[in-house]
Design a protein around this ligand. Structure first.
Ligand SMILES: [Zn+2]
Ligand SMILES: [Zn+2]
Length: 137
C-alpha cells in the first residue's frame, strides 16, 4: 500500500495527507452510512488518527450515536458536503477515512462487510468476504 497518500473533498477546499498505511478497509452497511453516503454502504479506511493531517481548509462536524451506541463524529466539507472522516468515541486514536476521498483509491482492498443486518436487499455484496451482522469491535 502506498503511504504517504493524500485526499480531499469534491470541491478541493479540504485537503489531507496520511503518512501511515491503513490497517483495514471495510464496507459499512449501517443506516447512518447509508444516509451519510447516499449509497447502500460506505467504504471506509481505518488509519491511525495521528497519521492524518488536514493540510488545507477545515472540516465541519456532525455528531450522532451509532446503532451500537458509540459516539460517532462525522466530518465533511462545509462547502461541498463531501464526507471525509469519522471519529469514534470508543476509539479516539482511530480515524475512519471515506475511501472515495482518496486521490487514488484504486489500490484499496476491502476485507469485510460490517452491519450487514441493515444491508439493503439491492446492495451487491461480495460473496468472498466475511459478513459481520453488526460491528466486529
Ligand atoms: Zn469541498
Ligand atoms: Zn456505518
Amino acid at each position: 500500500m502506498p503511504a504517504p497518500f493524500s485526499g480531499g473533498c469534491l470541491c478541493g477546499a479540504v485537503r489531507y495527507e496520511c503518512t501511515a498505511e491503513p490497517f483495514a478497509t471495510v464496507y459499512c452497511h449501517c443506516r447512518d452510512c447509508q444516509h451519510a453516503s447516499g449509497g447502500p454502504s460506505s467504504t471506509v479506511v481505518m488509519v491511525t488518527k495521528a497519521a492524518v493531517a488536514v493540510t488545507q481548509g477545515a472540516v465541519r462536524s456532525y455528531a450522532k450515536k451509532s446503532d451500537a451506541g458509540d459516539d460517532v463524529t462525522r466530518q465533511f466539507c462545509g462547502d461541498c458536503g463531501s464526507p471525509l472522516f469519522s471519529v469514534l468515541g470508543s476509539s479516539p486514536d482511530l480515524l475512519v477515512l471515506k475511501a472515495g476521498s482518496l486521490d487514488d483509491p484504486s489500490w484499496l482492498s476491502p476485507s469485510m462487510n460490517i452491519w450487514t443486518e441493515s444491508a439493503q436487499p439491492w446492495a451487491h455484496i461480495a460473496d468472498d468476504l466475511p459478513n459481520i451482522a453488526k460491528n466486529p469491535g
